[in-house]
Design a protein. Structure first.
Length: 812
């Protein structure tokens, strides 16, 4: 059997996949859109799974829109199970497509599907929360021989995906059950998500081997040229679009002997801007195959008119479109912030504009592309989600307490069981997904042991087990710390070395999160109508107090990190449009080092008049010398997780690659798109950048350091440096990594402002001010010192350092 995959309409988050199935017979195969095509001997299958093989199949946008995955075919009794969204099935095809709802299904939402006699069993992933999952699945399979398991959208099992659904976590149990009974079953988890955090989560949850479909080589093509146009201001984008299509492109194509318009286009017609095209009803699943702002209105022109993608994906799309050898011109057009907005962001040392994505803060009639993307990032962020998700958890806890007091039952093993219809929650705004997410978080905190979902007359009924009528603080603290350790992206893995006492330290991050949440939550509770207010809030104040203490960190942690990644991607796109360097070289530098003297002669920076030198092929941008001089050092130091951050090593690398500063900067900036706390990348962006980007990187370094350390520890370090000679070497080694980024003329002002924010804007006690200034003394001294010799001596001083380390830990 063949599975044909393609990308469906891509959201600014994760692109979705659609797929169709076809018999593995050599007589015929089906195209991705489902239309029958003649069989051609030797038509390749991109990957064929062997019996018993289980793979995570990651299909990035950069790998193209088509991929053929082969599963082993079985006999007449064979069955393939598909777990995923039914809309992902491409049903516009010439084959027979039957949906039959089986009589024996209980809580599982499922259908038997037959495609030209090929049996599939579709199961809705949300129904995997059924309490009798194993028994129902066994009954559905019957005597069939399961030869294949396909899990669509497996990234939803990861909280890093931005589309987390607790039901997907039960897929691990489904896979275990099926692999035990059918050891020759092949399994494929399909996703278009490629962030390392998502991939790591999936591989830790499921017994799958990783398979990323690589971008197609080569990325550099002689037949492809590039143009990037930035505008700023009301109406400028439409005017630039019209000029490009009426002046620039016709002249370019005329010079190269290419017809400007396609056969069915009217002479002089300008294609509409993609964002100006009104949405139309979809003809069926998967009609769109690219982001809405990325189109190919002419066979020789590829355009992108927004900031929703990444530069890496854009280069790979260009390579794919030009891989057949035809002449291709790749055009990016984007509306960037006005000068006033850019100056405001620079003054605030921020990539985040002041607008809300609907109204421009500086008088524009409509937001720019940067502002629109900012609004999308903000909607997915913790600030927008915090109060609604806290309210959902509070309403759920209120209903749990009521049910526990009035009608709790017990399972056969004596565990408390509560049956809670979604309709009993006092807020009509809480959806099924909101309640499921809140229950998952309560399970992480140890408040409940598990939950399931059944249906009564199509209405969902939650079956909740293990609720003891309250929240145990030690258990909740342990559960939260375990969860933070599993999702730790700090540069020094701070949660892995954190104790329970430090996590709940007064003034620590739990208190800071709660302080930032208290006022908006209180306003939201006051605004509720009387019939929607939690009735047990005052009677069980301690329970709700603990709930509001622990949940904000869980709600904020991942969205904050994902937002930082998104803003780095957005900033890098805007920086590319403003860069004075060769367009093609800067795009290629995201993947490999480029000869510093190389220029493509095929972009609007090399040839502003677009009169490209097509009579000769440019030299290749990469050779063995460049690989040896630049690519190996960058990969071995910057991109290796095994190499720790070290100021001296970083300085040596910058000096060694002084002719490759652009490569260092672009590779470090790209790394921050997936690892925003990577200290090596932040430092290199700071040292190799210029203008607003340089000061932004400095503030990023400060933020990473400040967030992971208490400011008052500075005084303790300072005191130890004065009194303990043996501790000095070890402490300097720590401070090199953790405080060194704050050293600089702007550091004291920034640190003082953040310290006052933490203090709530009130008066700062004298001892805390002394602590802060003591930290500054340490920082200033560190900025003048060499750390290499200290590290060399450290190995021989372990026994003497031990006592002072114990003393310092006690002080902390």
């Amino acid at each position: 059997m063949l599975i044909h995959l393609r990308h469906a309409a891509a959201s600014p988050g994760i692109a979705q996949l659609t797929y169709s199935f076809a018999p593995g017979s050599p007589r015929r195969q089906f195209s991705l859109t489902g239309r029958r095509i003649p069989y051609r001997p030797g038509l390749p299958i991109d990957m064929r799974l062997k019996p018993g093989e289980a793979r995570l199949v990651r299909l990035p946008v950069s790998a193209g829109s088509r991929f053929r995955l082969g599963l082993p075919s079985g006999g007449s009794s064979s069955l393939t199970i598909v777990i995923g969204s039914l809309d992902s099935l491409v049903r516009r095809q010439d084959s027979s497509f039957e949906l039959v709802s089986p009589d024996q299904a209980g809580n599982l939402v499922c259908f038997h599907i037959r495609l030209d006699g090929m049996p599939l069993l579709y199961i809705s992933p949300d129904s995997l929360l059924a309490p009798d999952l194993e028994a129902e699945l066994t009954a559905l399979i019957g005597s069939a021989d399961v030869t294949g398991l396909v899990i669509d959208g497996i990234h939803r099992a990861s909280e890093w995906s931005g589309d987390f659904r607790p039901a997907y976590l039960r897929l691990a149990r489904v896979m275990d059950l099926l692999q035990t009974r059918f050891p020759r079953m092949s399994a494929a988890g399909l996703t278009a998500a490629n962030e390392p955090a998502v991939t790591g989560d999936i591989l830790s949850l499921f017994p799958l081997a990783d398979l990323e479909i690589p971008p197609p080589p080569p990325l550099f093509l002689h037949n492809v040229s590039h143009q990037a146009v930035r505008v700023s201001g009301d109406g400028e984008k439409s005017a630039a679009w019209e000029k490009i299509w009426t002046t620039d492109l016709p002249a370019l194509m005329r010079r190269e002997g290419i017809g400007m318009l396609s056969d069915d286009a009217s002479a002089g017609e300008v294609p509409p801007l993609p964002e100006d095209i009104p949405p139309t009803p979809a003809e069926g699943p998967g009609v769109k195959t690219a982001p809405a702002n990325e189109i190919q209105p002419h066979p020789h022109i590829l355009t992108a008119t927004g900031l929703d993608d990444t530069l890496s994906d854009w280069l790979c799309r260009c390579a794919l479109a030009g891989a057949d050898g035809r002449r291709l011109h790749c055009l990016r057009l984007a509306d960037l912030p006005m000068d006033e907005c850019a100056a405001d962001m620079a003054a605030r040392h921020s990539r985040v504009p002041s607008c809300d994505g609907v109204r421009c803060a500086f008088g524009r009639f409509s937001p720019c592309d940067y502002g629109r993307r900012h609004a999308e990032i903000r909607r997915e962020g913790a600030d927008e989600r915090m109060v609604p998700e806290l309210l959902a958890a509070i309403h759920l806890m209120d209903s749990l307490l009521a049910a526990y007091e009035e009608r709790r039952e017990e399972t056969e093993d004596g565990e408390a069981e509560i049956r809670l219809p979604l309709s009993v929650l006092r807020s009509p705004h809480i959806r099924f997904s909101d309640a499921a997410l809140a229950l998952h978080r309560l399970m992480v905190l140890g408040v409940i042991s598990g939950f399931f979902v059944t249906h009564v007359e199509t209405a969902p009924l939650f079956i909740i087990r293990g609720f003891g009528g309250g929240i145990g603080e030690p258990g909740a603290l342990a559960g939260l710390l375990d969860w933070l350790q599993a999702h730790d992206m700090s540069f020094n893995r701070k949660y892995h070395s954190m104790s329970y006492d430090r996590l709940r330290l007064p003034g620590g991050e739990l208190d800071r999160d709660r302080a930032g949440t208290a006022d908006p939550l209180a306003r939201a509770l006051d605004a509720l109508p009387p019939e929607e207010r939690p009735v047990r809030l005052e009677r069980h104040e301690r329970i709700f107090d603990l709930l509001v203490r622990f949940l904000p960190r869980m709600i904020r942690h991942i969205p904050d990190e994902r937002g930082a990644m998104a803003y780095h991607r957005l900033w890098n796109l805007a920086s590319f449009l403003d860069s004075p360097r060769c367009r093609y070289a800067d795009l290629l530098r995201r993947f490999f080092a480029v000869d510093p003297d190389w220029e493509c002669d095929q972009c609007d920076r090399c040839r502003p008049d677009l009169k490209f030198a097509r009579s000769r092929e440019p030299a290749p941008p990469f050779d063995r010398r460049v690989h040896r001089e630049a690519e190996l050092p960058i990969a071995e130091w910057l991109e290796s997780d095994e190499t720790p951050f070290d100021l001296k090593a970083a300085g040596a690398l910058i000096q060694q690659l002084r002719n490759y500063r652009a490569d260092l900067h672009i590779r470090a900036a790209r790394l921050l798109e997936i690892r925003p706390n990577n200290l090596k990348a932040l430092y290199l962006v700071r040292e190799t950048g210029a203008g607003a980007g340089r000061s932004l990187a400095a503030v990023d370094l400060m933020r990473v350091s400040f967030r992971d350390l208490d400011a008052t520890r500075g005084l303790r370090f300072y005191a130890a440096l004065q009194k303990e000679k043996d501790a000095r070497a070890g402490l300097l080694d720590v401070l090199d990594d953790e405080f060194g980024s704050l050293a600089g003329p702007e550091g004291e002002k920034w640190l003082w402002e953040r310290f006052r924010e933490r203090d709530g804007g009130g008066g700062v006690p004298a001892d805390d001010r002394t602590a802060l200034l003591g930290a500054r003394v340490v920082l200033n001294r560190l900025s003048e010192m060499e750390f290499g010799p200290i590290r060399e001596k450290l190995a021989g001083k372990k026994s003497r350092v031990k006592k002072s380390e114990i003393r310092l830990n006690a002080m902390s």
